[in-house]
Design a binder for this molecule. Structure first.
Ligand code: XMP
Length: 343
């Protein structure tokens, strides 16, 4: 499986990234005080590294790139250029939240690119999951590359690399690279302020930087986004069904106090229909599947036993509020044999 992470790590012409080690003396960041000390230290380190030069960052809205953005805004303000690419496969409200938090509240220099049509046109008729992933990953790089070319005088590229990325990838982070920027886009250096942090530490730092809880404690979300939850060839219609049903599921999980307790939960809309009843007539419509799993490392996963009353409410809301869905299924297959995502 080709993995495209939310914080896509670009291969740059600076050279390959060699295995780096977290200093043995580095204390695990578990408290407010330790987070504050880390932030102060990194702000100084960033200032020393980039001076008054400009830095470019692909900001997905995931916790890693958001923490990097917040640190850089603190250190260099408007000299950070954030690029948020909406590939049309984001969850309901995500691009709006990135704009609200970073542009409106933190006054970041944010470029928002709505590339929905571009991605969906490229994906039209493509049913094979790996091909879909490849198209999404490559197109992302192309959009970012075009933006990088438009910007003049940018010397550094910032990345949300975290320590597990380094540990899992060996000397070169090859498996994250889905293409990379062309050789003629040259950066003087990489800025990777959270490269020695584990995920739990990134969250403690994010909280201290004032990022909203639903960004800091966000459930994992794959780079290809809703694209792997709208199985087979993606259509705008089914993509909308995934987005709307997922939003209801997340809302009801939050109301039931399950947000932050369950590792990952979402809906899938398979490329398949079933017969239901609409206005007293038989109607062939789509159905959606609920997936809610718990895991430590995503290698194996168990099923979250959603209380029946919560399930009932979710089903009722989806079939009444999402026109086009007439049936809801609950996938209770652990991993293995089922993977967490359906594609
Ligand atoms: P699976 O479906 O393999 O997923 O059990 C394990 C974890 O990885 C996430 N996932 C992906 N993340 N790009 C990503 O960035 C991908 O193509 C991708 N496929 C799966 C999945 O959401 C789960 O957390």
């Amino acid at each position: 499986m080709i993995f495209i992470y939310c914080a896509i790590i670009f291969k740059t012409v600076i050279g390959e990234t060699f295995m780096e080690k977290r200093p043995d003396t580095m204390e695990r960041i578990t408290t407010k005080e330790l987070a504050q000390a880390f932030i102060a230290e990194q702000v100084e380190a960033i200032k020393a590294q980039v001076g008054n030069k400009k830095v470019l960052l692909a900001l997905s809205g995931g916790v890693d790139s958001s923490v990097v953005a917040a640190l850089l805004i603190k250190a260099i303000g408007q000299n950070l250029v954030c690029v948020h690419v909406n590939h049309g496969l984001l969850r309901k409200g995500e691009p709006e939240q990135v704009i609200e938090v970073f542009k409106n509240q933190m006054k970041a220099n944010l470029i928002y690119i709505d590339a929905t049509d571009r991605f969906l046109d490229k994906l039209a008729g493509v049913a094979e999951p790996e091909k879909k992933r490849k198209i999404i990953g490559e197109e992302f790089i192309r959009v970012f590359e075009e933006e990088a070319r438009k910007q003049s005088g940018i010397d550094f590229l910032a990345q949300g690399t975290i320590y597990p990325d380094i540990l899992e990838s060996g000397p070169v982070k090859a498996h994250h690279n889905v293409g990379g920027l062309p050789e003629d886009i040259h950066f003087e250096g990489l800025v990777e302020p959270i490269k020695f942090l584990f995920k739990d530490e990134v969250r403690v730092v994010g909280k201290e930087l004032g990022l909203p809880d639903n960004m800091v404690y966000r459930q994992p979300f794959p780079g290809p986004g809703l694209g792997v939850r709208c199985t087979g060839a993606i259509t705008r219609e089914r993509l909308n069904l995934v987005r709307e049903s997922d939003a209801i599921l997340r809302e009801e999980f939050a109301k039931a106090g399950l947000e932050g307790k369950v590792w990952q939960y979402f809906t899938i809309v398979p490329d398949c229909k079933s017969v239901g009843i609409k206005n007293n007539l038989r109607a062939v419509e789509n159905f959606c599947v609920i997936r809610a799993v718990n895991t430590k490392d995503a290698m194996t996963a168990t099923i979250e036993e959603i209380p029946y009353a919560v399930l009932g409410k979710i089903v009722n809301r989806i079939v009444t509020e999402v026109p086009g869905i007439n049936r809801v299924l609950y996938d209770i297959t652990p991993k293995p044999t089922g993977t967490i995502e359906w594609e």
